[in-house]
Design a protein around this ligand. Structure first.
Ligand code: SAM
Ligand code: 2KA
Ligand code: SF4
Ligand code: MG
Length: 209
């Protein structure tokens, strides 16, 4: 099997509990909630996406076998540094991430994180699951490491997810034309519901990928 990859880059995780941590980002092509084409955004299930995941034309993008992909990712890690960490994202990584690739990444010593919309089952062996639910979808990932709700989102009430089994609960202000208002609402929500913390997209402030 070959994996369709939009881009691969070494940066810092910008969001959630591992914010600030060095990580290789593996961005898979394609998503089950939007085609990725601007002209389709109005009819997508998920309409606020901040990411270009269409095609394989990004930095280090292309089609790779599991072995090629894991070797490429490993070569981006500084030599003899340890603490190897990969964030599989997209698009929707669970359309492609499978046991063959998980095995290859573990072979090279990587801790494997995913960013998922929660509509597809998580394969065995993923070490960190960040689930970010979208309105009008059926969520099958009800346990994991962190839940990260883009806020505010019509049709999503964070309180409905408190019964799920996650270690960390985050509210992430939606990056949009109303961002200032979204930040204020996120702060207010967390102050009124102290189980939740605000996740800032720090990579956008730092000016990194
Ligand atoms: C681009 S998505 C890819 C992974 C997966 N498809 C998902 O939705 O979780 C990566 C993260 O960015 C978040 N995100 C997407 N668009 C956003 C926006 N406009 N503002 C804030 N966060 C956003 C998603 O909710 C998710 O947590
Ligand atoms: N630095 C950085 N951190 C991130 N955390 C989640 C991201 C994503 O697009 O999945 C992302 C991203 O695109 N860049
Ligand atoms: S589910 Fe994730 S990748 Fe897909 S459109 Fe929404 S935010 Fe973007
Ligand atoms: Mg991003």
């Amino acid at each position: 099997m070959k994996y369709a990859v939009k881009e691969i880059f070494y940066t810092l995780q910008g969001e959630g509990a591992h914010s600030g941590r060095p990580a290789v980002f593996l961005r898979f092509s394609g998503c089950n909630l939007w085609s990725g084409r601007e002209e389709d955004r109005y009819k997508a299930i998920c309409q606020f996406c901040d990411t270009d995941f269409w095609g394989t034309d990004g930095h280090n993008g292309g089609k790779y076998t599991a072995e090629e992909l894991a070797t490429f990712v490993n070569d981006l890690w500084p030599e003899n540094a340890g603490h190897k960490y990969i964030v599989c994202t997209g698009g929707e990584p669970l359309l492609q991430l499978n046991s063959a690739l998980i095995k290859e990444l573990h072979y090279h010593g990587f801790e494997i994180a995913i960013e998922t919309n929660g509509t597809l089952p998580v394969p065995e062996g993923v070490d960190w699951v960040c689930m970010s639910p979208k309105a009008n979808t059926e969520i099958v990932v009800t346990k994991g490491s962190e839940i990260k709700i883009v806020f505010p989102q019509k049709g999503i009430n964070p309180k409905d997810f408190e019964q799920f089994d996650f270690e960390h609960y985050f509210i992430q202000p939606m990056d949009s034309e109303e961002q200032e208002e979204n930040i204020l609402q996120s702060i207010l929500f967390c102050k009124e519901n102290p189980r939740w913390r605000v996740s800032v997209q720090t990579h956008k402030i730092l000016g990194i990928a």
